[in-house]
Write a protein that binds this ligand. Structure first.
Ligand code: FE
Length: 253
């Protein structure tokens, strides 16, 4: 699978790279590239197994633009394991939650590039890609304690990281919300921290103009109605610490 252009208007394009390790041991992940004018941001570049393929596709998709930003939604290996390679082979600046900057060096961050890994403060920040604004929205505890999503108001995309993730759904765009629940419910109940956090996130994103929610794994939610269904579902979901009490028993052995 190569790349799919999801949005293209003027000098702004949003490109999906997916499934570079089909049938592999590693969990399927999506990489997204946002190109605007002369600048570009790669979101959650991934680990070593897909590094060379994502790199080749990224450079093939950039055209005359430069890769200027590497966005890391959180600290998981499927997102940051290959970050040193990205920093060594491009001039891009990388951004991750301030909670995680001192953990990334455990993946082998060369001293030469360490100064190009930047902290995103808890309240989020705004990036500029050749004049286009991209918003790093707080999405803490969904699932990571220091976790951000990218909102692109030009394309009306919300890149939601692990929120909305599905595994093994046989499509890249959700065709029917109710029948898609089987692919997302178990994961969200266990990985997302609590309904209270889900509600805070829903209150933040509801006023935004969103046409597509694009998670880091599995299928996208496209169209206003599908986006609304997903946000409403999140806001009503008991998950994480809401459900965890029955697990806390000493195992029988
Ligand atoms: Fe994760």
């Amino acid at each position: 699978m190569a790349h799919t252009t999801l949005f293209n208007e003027g000098s702004h394009s949003n490109i999906l790279f997916e499934d570079f390790d089909p049938g592999g041991l590693a969990v399927q992940s999506n990489q997204h590239l946002i190109v605007h004018g002369s600048a570009a941001m790669l979101l959650d570049p991934g680990g070593h197994k897909i590094y060379s393929k994502v790199m080749a596709e990224t450079f093939a998709s950039l055209g005359p633009a430069q890769l200027t930003h590497l966005f890391l939604s959180h600290q998981d290996p499927d997102i940051i394991a290959a970050i040193n390679g990205w920093l060594m082979t491009t001039d891009a600046e990388a951004y991750i939650s301030a909670l995680w900057t001192r953990f990334v060096p455990h993946f082998g961050l060369d001293r030469l590039v360490a100064h190009r890994l930047h902290a995103i403060p808890d309240q989020g920040m705004v990036f500029e890609l050749d004049g286009a604004k991209l918003y790093a929205l707080p999405a803490h505890f969904l699932h990571s304690e220091g976790n951000f999503q990218i909102y692109d108001p030009m394309a009306k995309f919300l890149y939601s990281g692990d929120l909305g993730a599905s595994i093994d759904a046989p499509y890249i765009t959700v065709p029917d919300f109710d029948s898609h629940l089987r692919y997302i419910e178990g994961f969200h109940r266990r990985y997302m921290a609590s309904r209270r956090v889900m509600q805070a996130w829903a209150d933040m994103v509801r006023p935004l103009d969103i046409e597509t929610i694009a998670p880091q794994h599995g299928a996208m939610f496209r169209g206003k109605e599908m986006v609304r269904r997903f946000i409403d579902w999140c806001a009503g979901l008991d998950c994480g610490v809401d459900l965890i009490a029955p697990l806390f028993k000493v195992p029988v052995g």
